[in-house]
Design a protein. Structure first.
Length: 288
């Protein structure tokens, strides 16, 4: 295990052992890991890595070196997508030569990432749908259902942007039929399921189906809790706060949701979410 990499990232984050360990394990447990190589339980290790925003895979010896660099770029791009850092995600994808990918799953992953970067940057609708079609028309799509659901989600977002809400709901309804009980075996799959659930929650809030939106946001929070993932907690909590504003909940209820979201955002150092929450708080306190 590459413990040196773990220590390097901790120091880059400016955290001493006691700060990193707080609420997860004792400082002594962390010290035994860093200094003596005594590995804590996987549950503790995952929590520590999540706090450091460090993929657990970086701590283990690399295997399958043929695609290791490619996977590393895609993983970093996907994590940037989660943090709403769309320009960074796009720049990372530009380093990848699609013609050199000879693996169907990696090809679909590339098209999914590229399509969502294009969606959030509001690129050409036709070009974006073309990227999504590369997933849906892949000969191996039935072996990778999660990418099919991501393609449906992307299509729904595009039609929502075009204000074609009936067409958008056609795609989101397809996703809802499957996403609630979708199995997740790897952390990357958890990220993708959360991505889908969160976008579904946003859409149903947009069409004033607040009960459905709230249920999806709560489901996202439950997934985060069950899998010890913090990245989507803030975004789900922000959506709950927005929904509370829509249905005119009390000021205290809305502020409580905003404060929860801010706490999650601080854990992840999500500057974009923190800025949005500051604006929401000012609005609720001064104009609501």
């Amino acid at each position: 295990m590459n413990i040196e990499r773990f220590i390097e990232v901790r120091k880059q984050k400016g955290l001493v052992q006691s700060e990193l360990a707080e609420g997860i394990c004792t400082q002594a447990t962390l010290s035994r890991f860093e200094n003596n190589g005594q590995v804590p339980s996987l549950k503790i290790l995952i929590k520590l890595c999540n706090r450091l925003e460090l993929p657990l895979s970086e701590l283990f010896p690399k295997v399958g070196v043929k695609h290791s660099k490619l996977k590393e770029l895609m993983e970093e791009a996907e994590f940037s997508l989660i943090l709403s850092e769309y320009e960074k995600a796009g720049n990372l994808l530009e380093k990848i030569d699609l013609n050199l990918i000879d693996n169907s799953e990696l090809t679909m992953r590339y098209h999914y990432l590229k399509a969502f970067v294009m969606i959030y940057n509001k690129h050409s609708t036709i070009d974006t749908l073309y990227e999504l079609d590369q997933i849906l028309l892949d000969n191996h799509i039935n072996q990778h259902e999660l990418y099919k659901l991501l393609a449906y989600t992307g299509s729904g977002i595009i039609f929502k942007q075009l204000d074609e809400l009936e067409k958008a709901e056609f795609y989101f309804a397809k996703v809802l039929d499957r996403i609630y009980d979708f199995p997740t075996n790897h952390m990357e799959e958890v990220w993708r399921v959360l991505h889908i659930v969160f976008e579904c929650s946003k859409f149903y809030a947009h069409i004033d189906e607040i009960d459905i939106s709230n249920a999806l946001a709560e489901h996202a929070i439950s997934i985060c809790s069950d899998n010890h993932v913090t990245y989507y907690l803030a975004r789900a909590a922000i959506q709950l706060a927005k929904n509370a504003i829509t249905i005119k909940e009390s000021k205290d209820t809305i502020l409580a949701l905003i404060y929860d979201a801010r706490a999650y955002s601080k854990i992840n150092r999500n500057k974009i979410a923190l800025k949005e929450l500051d604006e929401m708080e000012k609005y609720i306190k001064n104009e609501y």
